[in-house]
Design a protein around this ligand. Structure first.
Ligand SMILES: CC(=O)SCCNC(=O)CCNC(=O)[C@H](O)C(C)(C)COP(=O)(O)OP(=O)(O)OC[C@H]1O[C@@H](n2cnc3c(N)ncnc32)[C@H](O)[C@@H]1OP(=O)(O)O
Length: 400
Protein backbone atom coordinates (compact mmCIF):
# COMPACT_ATOMS: atom_id res chain seq x y z
CA UNK A 1 0.00 0.00 0.00
CA UNK A 2 1.20 3.48 -0.78
CA UNK A 3 0.64 6.46 1.50
CA UNK A 4 -0.76 9.71 0.05
CA UNK A 5 0.64 12.91 1.56
CA UNK A 6 0.57 16.63 0.79
CA UNK A 7 4.06 17.72 -0.27
CA UNK A 8 5.36 20.99 1.13
CA UNK A 9 9.15 21.27 1.42
CA UNK A 10 11.33 22.28 -1.55
CA UNK A 11 12.93 18.81 -1.53
CA UNK A 12 9.50 17.14 -1.65
CA UNK A 13 8.33 19.47 -4.44
CA UNK A 14 11.52 18.84 -6.39
CA UNK A 15 10.99 15.08 -6.02
CA UNK A 16 7.42 15.55 -7.32
CA UNK A 17 8.78 17.46 -10.31
CA UNK A 18 11.23 14.63 -11.00
CA UNK A 19 8.60 11.88 -10.68
CA UNK A 20 6.32 13.76 -13.10
CA UNK A 21 9.11 14.24 -15.65
CA UNK A 22 10.28 10.62 -15.38
CA UNK A 23 6.68 9.48 -15.94
CA UNK A 24 6.25 11.81 -18.94
CA UNK A 25 9.51 10.55 -20.55
CA UNK A 26 9.80 13.08 -23.37
CA UNK A 27 9.19 16.61 -22.07
CA UNK A 28 11.85 19.22 -22.90
CA UNK A 29 14.19 19.74 -19.96
CA UNK A 30 13.45 22.54 -17.51
CA UNK A 31 16.06 23.99 -15.11
CA UNK A 32 14.04 23.45 -11.93
CA UNK A 33 16.19 23.69 -8.81
CA UNK A 34 15.50 23.60 -5.09
CA UNK A 35 15.57 27.40 -5.11
CA UNK A 36 12.88 27.92 -7.73
CA UNK A 37 10.59 24.91 -7.33
CA UNK A 38 8.40 26.65 -4.72
CA UNK A 39 7.57 29.40 -7.23
CA UNK A 40 6.09 26.72 -9.52
CA UNK A 41 3.72 25.21 -6.96
CA UNK A 42 0.83 26.60 -4.93
CA UNK A 43 1.23 25.76 -1.23
CA UNK A 44 -0.67 22.69 -0.08
CA UNK A 45 -1.88 21.59 -3.52
CA UNK A 46 0.84 19.10 -4.48
CA UNK A 47 0.22 15.48 -3.50
CA UNK A 48 2.65 12.59 -3.37
CA UNK A 49 2.26 8.82 -3.15
CA UNK A 50 4.99 7.12 -1.11
CA UNK A 51 6.12 3.53 -1.33
CA UNK A 52 8.03 3.43 1.97
CA UNK A 53 10.25 6.49 1.83
CA UNK A 54 10.25 6.71 -1.97
CA UNK A 55 8.00 9.11 -3.82
CA UNK A 56 6.45 7.12 -6.68
CA UNK A 57 3.47 9.20 -7.85
CA UNK A 58 2.23 12.75 -7.79
CA UNK A 59 -0.49 15.21 -8.76
CA UNK A 60 -0.66 18.96 -8.40
CA UNK A 61 -2.98 21.91 -8.91
CA UNK A 62 -3.49 25.65 -8.85
CA UNK A 63 -6.58 27.71 -8.06
CA UNK A 64 -8.13 30.20 -10.47
CA UNK A 65 -11.45 30.85 -12.17
CA UNK A 66 -13.32 29.31 -15.10
CA UNK A 67 -15.95 31.21 -17.09
CA UNK A 68 -19.37 29.60 -17.56
CA UNK A 69 -21.97 30.40 -20.25
CA UNK A 70 -23.39 33.81 -19.39
CA UNK A 71 -20.05 35.13 -18.11
CA UNK A 72 -20.00 34.13 -14.43
CA UNK A 73 -16.65 32.77 -13.26
CA UNK A 74 -16.48 29.93 -10.73
CA UNK A 75 -13.66 28.68 -8.53
CA UNK A 76 -11.49 26.31 -10.54
CA UNK A 77 -8.75 23.84 -9.63
CA UNK A 78 -6.34 23.48 -12.55
CA UNK A 79 -4.91 19.97 -12.22
CA UNK A 80 -1.47 19.20 -13.61
CA UNK A 81 1.80 17.29 -13.02
CA UNK A 82 0.06 13.91 -12.81
CA UNK A 83 2.51 11.00 -13.02
CA UNK A 84 3.49 7.64 -11.58
CA UNK A 85 6.96 6.11 -11.92
CA UNK A 86 7.06 3.35 -14.57
CA UNK A 87 8.11 0.91 -11.83
CA UNK A 88 4.81 1.50 -10.00
CA UNK A 89 2.07 1.89 -12.62
CA UNK A 90 -1.23 -0.08 -12.73
CA UNK A 91 -1.45 -0.57 -8.98
CA UNK A 92 -4.11 2.04 -8.37
CA UNK A 93 -1.68 4.81 -7.37
CA UNK A 94 -2.99 7.58 -9.60
CA UNK A 95 -6.54 6.58 -8.70
CA UNK A 96 -5.75 7.11 -5.01
CA UNK A 97 -4.06 10.44 -5.75
CA UNK A 98 -6.81 11.82 -7.99
CA UNK A 99 -9.61 10.72 -5.66
CA UNK A 100 -7.95 12.42 -2.70
CA UNK A 101 -7.40 15.56 -4.80
CA UNK A 102 -11.05 15.63 -5.92
CA UNK A 103 -12.35 15.17 -2.39
CA UNK A 104 -10.10 17.93 -1.01
CA UNK A 105 -11.03 20.27 -3.89
CA UNK A 106 -14.73 19.75 -3.31
CA UNK A 107 -14.29 20.27 0.46
CA UNK A 108 -12.34 23.47 -0.24
CA UNK A 109 -15.34 24.82 -2.16
CA UNK A 110 -14.00 24.70 -5.72
CA UNK A 111 -16.81 24.25 -8.24
CA UNK A 112 -14.90 22.61 -11.10
CA UNK A 113 -11.51 21.03 -11.78
CA UNK A 114 -9.98 20.86 -15.23
CA UNK A 115 -6.88 19.37 -16.81
CA UNK A 116 -5.20 18.67 -20.14
CA UNK A 117 -4.90 14.94 -20.75
CA UNK A 118 -1.82 13.16 -22.09
CA UNK A 119 -4.08 10.24 -23.05
CA UNK A 120 -7.85 10.09 -23.55
CA UNK A 121 -8.35 6.88 -21.56
CA UNK A 122 -7.11 8.06 -18.18
CA UNK A 123 -9.51 10.57 -16.64
CA UNK A 124 -13.09 9.58 -17.54
CA UNK A 125 -13.22 7.08 -14.69
CA UNK A 126 -12.78 9.94 -12.20
CA UNK A 127 -15.65 11.94 -13.75
CA UNK A 128 -13.69 14.18 -16.12
CA UNK A 129 -15.34 14.78 -19.50
CA UNK A 130 -14.22 16.75 -22.56
CA UNK A 131 -15.79 20.20 -22.22
CA UNK A 132 -13.86 22.24 -24.80
CA UNK A 133 -11.97 21.48 -27.99
CA UNK A 134 -9.47 23.44 -30.05
CA UNK A 135 -8.54 23.54 -33.71
CA UNK A 136 -5.06 23.87 -35.20
CA UNK A 137 -4.88 26.28 -38.13
CA UNK A 138 -2.22 27.15 -40.66
CA UNK A 139 -2.25 30.28 -42.81
CA UNK A 140 -0.50 30.44 -46.18
CA UNK A 141 0.39 34.10 -46.12
CA UNK A 142 0.86 34.60 -49.89
CA UNK A 143 -2.82 33.73 -50.39
CA UNK A 144 -4.19 35.36 -47.26
CA UNK A 145 -5.53 38.86 -47.79
CA UNK A 146 -7.85 40.29 -45.19
CA UNK A 147 -11.32 41.09 -46.49
CA UNK A 148 -11.85 44.80 -47.14
CA UNK A 149 -14.87 44.83 -44.84
CA UNK A 150 -12.93 43.66 -41.76
CA UNK A 151 -12.98 46.76 -39.57
CA UNK A 152 -10.01 47.98 -37.56
CA UNK A 153 -10.83 48.22 -33.87
CA UNK A 154 -7.60 49.61 -32.45
CA UNK A 155 -3.83 49.70 -32.85
CA UNK A 156 -1.17 47.00 -32.57
CA UNK A 157 2.43 47.69 -31.54
CA UNK A 158 5.53 45.59 -30.95
CA UNK A 159 6.80 45.63 -27.37
CA UNK A 160 10.20 44.69 -25.91
CA UNK A 161 10.29 41.08 -24.82
CA UNK A 162 12.07 42.16 -21.61
CA UNK A 163 9.34 42.46 -18.98
CA UNK A 164 6.61 41.69 -21.49
CA UNK A 165 5.37 38.60 -19.65
CA UNK A 166 4.15 40.85 -16.84
CA UNK A 167 2.37 42.99 -19.44
CA UNK A 168 0.78 39.88 -20.97
CA UNK A 169 -0.37 38.68 -17.55
CA UNK A 170 -1.90 42.09 -16.78
CA UNK A 171 -3.68 42.24 -20.14
CA UNK A 172 -5.22 38.82 -19.50
CA UNK A 173 -6.31 39.72 -15.97
CA UNK A 174 -7.79 43.06 -17.05
CA UNK A 175 -9.53 41.74 -20.19
CA UNK A 176 -10.90 38.28 -19.48
CA UNK A 177 -12.71 36.65 -22.36
CA UNK A 178 -16.46 36.13 -21.90
CA UNK A 179 -16.20 32.91 -23.90
CA UNK A 180 -17.34 29.88 -21.87
CA UNK A 181 -14.38 27.78 -20.80
CA UNK A 182 -11.95 30.70 -20.46
CA UNK A 183 -9.64 30.12 -17.49
CA UNK A 184 -7.65 32.72 -15.60
CA UNK A 185 -3.88 32.29 -15.82
CA UNK A 186 -2.02 31.43 -12.63
CA UNK A 187 1.15 33.06 -11.35
CA UNK A 188 2.79 29.59 -11.13
CA UNK A 189 2.28 29.19 -14.90
CA UNK A 190 3.90 32.53 -15.66
CA UNK A 191 6.77 31.49 -13.34
CA UNK A 192 7.20 28.25 -15.32
CA UNK A 193 7.08 30.24 -18.53
CA UNK A 194 9.84 32.56 -17.29
CA UNK A 195 11.96 29.51 -16.53
CA UNK A 196 11.49 28.21 -20.07
CA UNK A 197 12.60 31.46 -21.69
CA UNK A 198 15.72 31.21 -23.81
CA UNK A 199 17.59 33.54 -26.12
CA UNK A 200 15.86 32.28 -29.27
CA UNK A 201 13.86 34.90 -31.18
CA UNK A 202 10.36 35.58 -29.91
CA UNK A 203 8.20 38.63 -30.55
CA UNK A 204 5.26 40.18 -28.75
CA UNK A 205 2.69 42.56 -30.21
CA UNK A 206 0.11 44.27 -28.01
CA UNK A 207 -3.29 45.48 -29.15
CA UNK A 208 -5.04 48.52 -27.68
CA UNK A 209 -8.52 49.86 -28.12
CA UNK A 210 -8.98 53.57 -27.34
CA UNK A 211 -5.52 53.64 -25.75
CA UNK A 212 -6.15 50.68 -23.45
CA UNK A 213 -4.18 47.45 -23.93
CA UNK A 214 -6.62 44.56 -24.39
CA UNK A 215 -4.93 41.75 -26.32
CA UNK A 216 -1.60 40.40 -27.46
CA UNK A 217 0.08 37.85 -29.67
CA UNK A 218 3.42 36.17 -28.97
CA UNK A 219 5.07 34.44 -31.93
CA UNK A 220 8.37 32.92 -32.93
CA UNK A 221 10.06 31.51 -36.02
CA UNK A 222 10.08 27.72 -35.99
CA UNK A 223 13.57 27.35 -37.48
CA UNK A 224 15.81 30.43 -37.14
CA UNK A 225 18.83 28.51 -38.52
CA UNK A 226 17.16 28.42 -41.97
CA UNK A 227 15.79 31.92 -41.83
CA UNK A 228 18.21 33.95 -43.99
CA UNK A 229 17.71 32.02 -47.20
CA UNK A 230 14.89 29.66 -46.28
CA UNK A 231 12.25 28.92 -48.91
CA UNK A 232 9.54 28.09 -46.39
CA UNK A 233 9.79 30.41 -43.43
CA UNK A 234 7.33 29.60 -40.70
CA UNK A 235 6.12 31.33 -37.61
CA UNK A 236 4.18 29.73 -34.78
CA UNK A 237 1.80 31.69 -32.57
CA UNK A 238 2.82 30.63 -29.07
CA UNK A 239 0.13 32.58 -27.29
CA UNK A 240 -2.68 34.87 -28.32
CA UNK A 241 -5.22 36.63 -26.18
CA UNK A 242 -8.11 38.29 -27.99
CA UNK A 243 -11.13 38.88 -25.72
CA UNK A 244 -13.24 39.69 -28.80
CA UNK A 245 -13.27 38.72 -32.48
CA UNK A 246 -12.52 42.38 -33.32
CA UNK A 247 -9.23 42.20 -31.39
CA UNK A 248 -8.46 38.86 -33.04
CA UNK A 249 -8.99 40.40 -36.49
CA UNK A 250 -6.56 43.24 -35.69
CA UNK A 251 -3.92 40.81 -34.42
CA UNK A 252 -4.33 38.75 -37.58
CA UNK A 253 -3.96 41.93 -39.65
CA UNK A 254 -0.69 42.56 -37.83
CA UNK A 255 0.59 39.00 -38.39
CA UNK A 256 -0.25 39.11 -42.10
CA UNK A 257 1.96 42.18 -42.43
CA UNK A 258 5.07 40.28 -41.32
CA UNK A 259 7.53 40.23 -44.21
CA UNK A 260 9.41 37.03 -45.09
CA UNK A 261 6.89 34.72 -43.43
CA UNK A 262 5.34 32.01 -45.65
CA UNK A 263 3.20 30.23 -43.08
CA UNK A 264 1.71 31.09 -39.72
CA UNK A 265 0.59 28.27 -37.44
CA UNK A 266 -2.01 28.74 -34.72
CA UNK A 267 -1.71 25.55 -32.63
CA UNK A 268 -5.01 26.13 -30.82
CA UNK A 269 -8.01 28.30 -31.72
CA UNK A 270 -11.69 27.97 -30.78
CA UNK A 271 -13.44 25.48 -33.06
CA UNK A 272 -15.77 28.27 -34.27
CA UNK A 273 -12.84 30.57 -35.08
CA UNK A 274 -13.64 33.43 -37.46
CA UNK A 275 -10.20 33.07 -39.08
CA UNK A 276 -11.28 31.46 -42.41
CA UNK A 277 -14.01 34.09 -42.85
CA UNK A 278 -11.62 37.00 -42.42
CA UNK A 279 -9.61 36.35 -45.61
CA UNK A 280 -10.68 36.52 -49.27
CA UNK A 281 -9.39 33.06 -50.12
CA UNK A 282 -10.63 30.84 -47.32
CA UNK A 283 -8.33 28.02 -48.48
CA UNK A 284 -5.44 30.23 -47.44
CA UNK A 285 -6.45 28.96 -44.01
CA UNK A 286 -6.16 25.27 -43.37
CA UNK A 287 -8.05 24.03 -40.36
CA UNK A 288 -5.89 20.99 -39.75
CA UNK A 289 -7.14 19.05 -36.76
CA UNK A 290 -9.28 19.36 -33.69
CA UNK A 291 -8.15 18.19 -30.28
CA UNK A 292 -9.77 17.79 -26.92
CA UNK A 293 -8.67 20.77 -24.84
CA UNK A 294 -10.41 21.00 -21.44
CA UNK A 295 -11.18 17.84 -19.45
CA UNK A 296 -13.62 19.10 -16.84
CA UNK A 297 -14.74 17.55 -13.56
CA UNK A 298 -17.80 19.12 -11.93
CA UNK A 299 -17.08 19.16 -8.19
CA UNK A 300 -20.33 20.80 -7.12
CA UNK A 301 -23.13 20.14 -9.57
CA UNK A 302 -25.66 22.50 -8.04
CA UNK A 303 -23.19 25.40 -7.87
CA UNK A 304 -21.96 24.79 -11.44
CA UNK A 305 -25.42 24.52 -12.98
CA UNK A 306 -26.77 27.47 -10.99
CA UNK A 307 -23.90 29.78 -12.04
CA UNK A 308 -24.47 29.49 -15.81
CA UNK A 309 -27.28 30.95 -17.91
CA UNK A 310 -29.68 28.99 -20.12
CA UNK A 311 -31.63 29.41 -23.32
CA UNK A 312 -35.39 29.70 -23.32
CA UNK A 313 -37.81 26.81 -23.09
CA UNK A 314 -39.31 24.45 -20.57
CA UNK A 315 -37.30 23.28 -17.56
CA UNK A 316 -35.83 19.77 -17.70
CA UNK A 317 -35.19 17.40 -14.81
CA UNK A 318 -31.76 15.74 -14.87
CA UNK A 319 -30.66 12.82 -12.70
CA UNK A 320 -26.90 12.74 -12.23
CA UNK A 321 -24.81 9.70 -11.24
CA UNK A 322 -21.57 10.37 -9.38
CA UNK A 323 -19.91 7.51 -7.48
CA UNK A 324 -16.76 9.47 -6.61
CA UNK A 325 -18.54 12.45 -5.01
CA UNK A 326 -21.89 10.96 -3.95
CA UNK A 327 -23.20 14.28 -2.57
CA UNK A 328 -23.48 15.37 -6.21
CA UNK A 329 -25.78 12.52 -7.13
CA UNK A 330 -29.53 13.14 -7.41
CA UNK A 331 -32.02 15.02 -9.53
CA UNK A 332 -32.05 18.71 -10.39
CA UNK A 333 -34.52 20.76 -12.36
CA UNK A 334 -32.76 23.10 -14.78
CA UNK A 335 -34.56 25.94 -16.51
CA UNK A 336 -34.24 29.54 -17.69
CA UNK A 337 -35.17 30.69 -14.18
CA UNK A 338 -32.58 28.64 -12.36
CA UNK A 339 -31.77 25.28 -10.84
CA UNK A 340 -33.28 23.43 -7.90
CA UNK A 341 -33.01 19.98 -6.39
CA UNK A 342 -36.08 17.80 -6.84
CA UNK A 343 -37.02 14.27 -5.82
CA UNK A 344 -37.47 11.26 -8.03
CA UNK A 345 -36.02 10.23 -11.37
CA UNK A 346 -35.46 12.98 -13.96
CA UNK A 347 -36.46 13.05 -17.62
CA UNK A 348 -32.75 12.77 -18.45
CA UNK A 349 -30.21 10.50 -16.74
CA UNK A 350 -26.53 11.18 -17.13
CA UNK A 351 -23.15 10.46 -15.52
CA UNK A 352 -21.31 13.48 -14.09
CA UNK A 353 -18.64 12.95 -16.81
CA UNK A 354 -21.18 13.56 -19.58
CA UNK A 355 -22.72 16.49 -17.70
CA UNK A 356 -19.23 18.03 -17.86
CA UNK A 357 -19.30 17.64 -21.64
CA UNK A 358 -22.50 19.70 -21.99
CA UNK A 359 -21.91 22.21 -19.17
CA UNK A 360 -20.08 24.75 -21.37
CA UNK A 361 -22.05 24.06 -24.54
CA UNK A 362 -19.26 22.12 -26.29
CA UNK A 363 -21.36 19.00 -26.92
CA UNK A 364 -25.08 18.52 -27.49
CA UNK A 365 -27.30 16.26 -25.42
CA UNK A 366 -28.50 14.74 -28.69
CA UNK A 367 -24.95 13.71 -29.64
CA UNK A 368 -24.43 12.15 -26.20
CA UNK A 369 -27.68 10.22 -26.59
CA UNK A 370 -26.61 8.97 -30.03
CA UNK A 371 -23.49 7.60 -28.39
CA UNK A 372 -25.59 5.90 -25.72
CA UNK A 373 -24.22 8.17 -23.01
CA UNK A 374 -27.54 9.71 -21.92
CA UNK A 375 -30.89 8.14 -21.22
CA UNK A 376 -33.81 10.36 -22.25
CA UNK A 377 -36.70 10.58 -24.68
CA UNK A 378 -36.54 12.84 -27.74
CA UNK A 379 -38.61 15.65 -26.19
CA UNK A 380 -36.41 15.84 -23.11
CA UNK A 381 -33.26 15.87 -25.26
CA UNK A 382 -34.60 18.68 -27.43
CA UNK A 383 -35.57 20.69 -24.35
CA UNK A 384 -32.15 20.11 -22.74
CA UNK A 385 -30.38 21.20 -25.94
CA UNK A 386 -32.47 24.38 -26.15
CA UNK A 387 -31.42 25.21 -22.59
CA UNK A 388 -27.72 24.28 -22.72
CA UNK A 389 -26.71 25.47 -26.24
CA UNK A 390 -24.33 28.46 -26.31
CA UNK A 391 -23.78 31.06 -29.01
CA UNK A 392 -19.99 30.56 -28.99
CA UNK A 393 -17.95 27.37 -28.83
CA UNK A 394 -16.27 27.04 -25.44
CA UNK A 395 -12.49 27.46 -25.39
CA UNK A 396 -9.88 27.89 -22.66
CA UNK A 397 -6.94 29.08 -24.75
CA UNK A 398 -4.19 27.86 -22.44
CA UNK A 399 -2.32 24.63 -21.87
CA UNK A 400 -0.96 23.67 -18.45
C1 LIG B 1 -2.97 16.36 -16.24
C2 LIG B 1 -1.70 15.60 -16.57
O1 LIG B 1 -0.72 15.78 -15.92
S1 LIG B 1 -1.69 14.53 -17.89
C3 LIG B 1 -0.25 13.54 -17.67
C4 LIG B 1 -0.57 12.16 -17.13
N1 LIG B 1 0.71 11.45 -16.94
C5 LIG B 1 1.21 10.65 -17.91
O2 LIG B 1 0.67 10.43 -18.96
C6 LIG B 1 2.58 10.09 -17.56
C7 LIG B 1 2.70 8.62 -17.93
N2 LIG B 1 1.72 7.77 -17.27
C8 LIG B 1 1.65 7.65 -15.93
O3 LIG B 1 2.33 8.29 -15.15
C9 LIG B 1 0.64 6.65 -15.39
O4 LIG B 1 0.57 5.55 -16.27
C10 LIG B 1 -0.77 7.23 -15.22
C11 LIG B 1 -0.71 8.45 -14.34
C12 LIG B 1 -1.38 7.61 -16.56
C13 LIG B 1 -1.67 6.16 -14.59
O5 LIG B 1 -1.19 5.86 -13.30
P1 LIG B 1 -1.46 4.43 -12.64
O6 LIG B 1 -1.08 4.56 -11.21
O7 LIG B 1 -0.84 3.37 -13.44
O8 LIG B 1 -3.03 4.33 -12.77
P2 LIG B 1 -3.96 3.34 -11.93
O9 LIG B 1 -3.22 2.10 -11.60
O10 LIG B 1 -4.56 4.09 -10.81
O11 LIG B 1 -5.04 3.02 -13.04
C14 LIG B 1 -6.40 3.16 -12.88
C15 LIG B 1 -7.09 2.57 -14.06
O12 LIG B 1 -6.75 3.32 -15.24
C16 LIG B 1 -6.20 2.46 -16.22
N3 LIG B 1 -5.13 3.21 -16.87
C17 LIG B 1 -4.28 4.05 -16.27
N4 LIG B 1 -3.45 4.59 -17.16
C18 LIG B 1 -3.80 4.08 -18.36
C19 LIG B 1 -3.30 4.26 -19.65
N5 LIG B 1 -2.27 5.09 -19.88
N6 LIG B 1 -3.88 3.58 -20.65
C20 LIG B 1 -4.92 2.75 -20.39
N7 LIG B 1 -5.44 2.54 -19.17
C21 LIG B 1 -4.88 3.21 -18.16
C22 LIG B 1 -5.66 1.29 -15.44
O13 LIG B 1 -5.55 0.16 -16.24
C23 LIG B 1 -6.71 1.14 -14.37
O14 LIG B 1 -7.85 0.52 -14.91
P3 LIG B 1 -8.82 -0.36 -14.00
O15 LIG B 1 -9.38 0.58 -12.96
O16 LIG B 1 -9.85 -0.83 -14.96
O17 LIG B 1 -7.96 -1.42 -13.41
Amino acid sequence: MVEIRVLRTPDELLASQQVFRAAMVGLPSLPVTRDVVSTLREPGLTYGAYDGSTLVGTTDGGVGALTLPGGAAVSHLAVTHVGVLPTHTRRGIVSALLRRQLRDARDAGHVVATLRASEAVIYGRYGYGVATSSVRAEVITARARLRDGVATSGTTRLVDREGSLDRQAAILDENPSARPGFVSRLSIWWAAHRLREDDKPVWVAVHSTDGRDDGYVRYRPTDPSQWWSGADRRVVVEDLHAPTDAVFADLLRFLLRLDLVDRITFPALPVDTVLPLLVHDRRAVRLQSTSDETWLRILDIHAALAARTYGSGSPVTVTVDDDELPENAGTVEVGPDGVRRVDGPGAVRVHVRELAAVLLGGTSWRALATAGLVTADADALAAADALFATDRAPFAGVGF
